[in-house]
Design a protein around this ligand. Sequence first.
Ligand code: C5P
Length: 287
Amino acid sequence: MILNSYAKLNLYLEVINKRPDHYHNLKTVFERIDLADRIILKSRPDKKINLICNFPFVPKDNLNLAFKSAKLLQDTFAVEEGVDIKIIKRIPVGSGLGGGSSNAATVLLGLNKLWKLNLLPKKLVDLAKRIGSDVPFFIYGLPFALAELRGDKISPLKALNKVRLWHILVVPKIKVSTPIIYAKWDRYSKLTRPKYDVKILNLALRKRDFPLLSETLFNSLEEITFKLYPRVRRIKESLKALGLKSILMSGSGPAIMGIVSSRKEALALREQLKGNRFWQLFVTRTV
Ligand code: C5P
């Protein structure tokens, strides 16, 4: 079984408050993009879960969310088979693009078929929540969704089902620790506030109103990551200097995305930005 495991961007990420369980309540808009890992699943007659990956820094054991998903299914439903999981990585790791979470969701969806578990979507979502906050979004298979609570309560944004955006994506070769950024939010929580409610962002997307869109993109964590990693701020400034208006960091970073009006514009920007060997550049769109 060969599957695509897509990345996400956050077009809006408002941290609301800290919870007693040390997570944070959020209001976020996810967008699924066509930058994807490839996952190959093959059933095994023994109970072994064997994970291989072309990228050396990806854990191959229970620290890997894809491995964890397979183990959770196997243990919960007393599955007597095992699986070979091969992950071909293209989504930069630890970059705010949800690669690990997406891999987990893809394994849940794939093994539900391969192991003939016949689990309903609701059950898969419940399992996904136990793996990580960003995993449920990828179970839904939607281009856009609103997420609340830990980021795991998903509401489809049906009015946006036909909206497709083009992006230039810049990912610097630094790793950002999500728990550290969230921990700093507790101290810096008043740094930035959204100018508009997320409803206005949805309106801008639906109407393809790019000037309004540029005003409504928001991420509570951006200024915190920028303070810790000035190099990430400089990416945003470089994109601004090239005339881009809609620029935002995804998740806790360090990936920075720009929204452009066409593939042609994205390709032209990639040409202008190339040459910095610390940056990975991607032209990508909603899927
Ligand atoms: O859920 P996940 O394991 O992806 O979260 C990683 C870390 O990010 C958490 O341990 C927590 O520090 C932080 N986080 C948070 N609030 C969220 C999501 C993540 O504080 N809603």
